[in-house]
Ligand binder design. Sequence first.
Ligand SMILES: [Zn+2]
Length: 215
Amino acid sequence: MSQVLPSTIPAALFHERADAIALTARELAQHGWTPATSSNFSMRVDADHAAITISGRDKGKLGRNDIMLVNMDGKAVGTDSRPSAETELHTQVYRRWPEVNAVLHTHSRTQSVASRLFAKHGVIRLEGWELQKAIHGHTTHESVLDIPVFPNTQHMPELVAQVDAWLDAGKPLHAYLINGHGIYTWGRDMAEAQRHLEALEFLLGCELDLRRLNA
Ligand SMILES: [Zn+2]
């Protein structure tokens, strides 16, 4: 299905974003973090639009034509393709942080297990790990990094409201888990978003290992 762009968005800009999303998706799929066509990825295109993965595509085989344009309400623009069911969670991030330009959502085994284990606390507290410094604004392992775990639902407005409530309480947010589901994180560019995702995957794995070892 073809993508018709608004006159304000140059084709080269959209293609650059689409290619960057597809490349990252293929890399993350190679890690095994996007099983069974799950996960979704996006980049901001301008103040009013984002490029996002089309629903249901194999993330290990993504190309430019698997990416579509949406507005900041998460609605398709210039295409009949269907965006991911979770598009509203991406556009929420772009609306809340004008400086954020990439959002990544994956369903790795580590993320899924950690979300189940910590759901009863509603949060995973990361403290004392050197790799916390990979998260923007964190300069020491002595800082505290809280990753909330929100209950899963197929009704996106409920999830959006949970994220809003966390932020409106004035709590910092660099990522969140959804129980039994996966993780969302983001960055000012794709490289930063990917660094956040890789660091969090590693740190969640460390927390799970400590519990396996009963340490
Ligand atoms: Zn998902």
